[in-house]
Design a protein. Sequence first.
Length: 66
Amino acid sequence: MSAGGAFGGNRGMRPVPPEKGVFPLDHMHECDLEKKEYISCLKTSGFQSEICRNFSKKYLECRMEK
């Protein structure tokens, strides 16, 4: 039996950054404009994410770049 947890995680040990998520939090607010556009689109579309896919893509591209 393996010593690791589910999905290759390590049980009982403190997680390392890649296990916490793909993107770090946007503490510097570098992608606020893209985030606000996406949230606005969600609100106006009745929270149908398929309609706002292009805004989501813009936001994720911003996060990857910065």
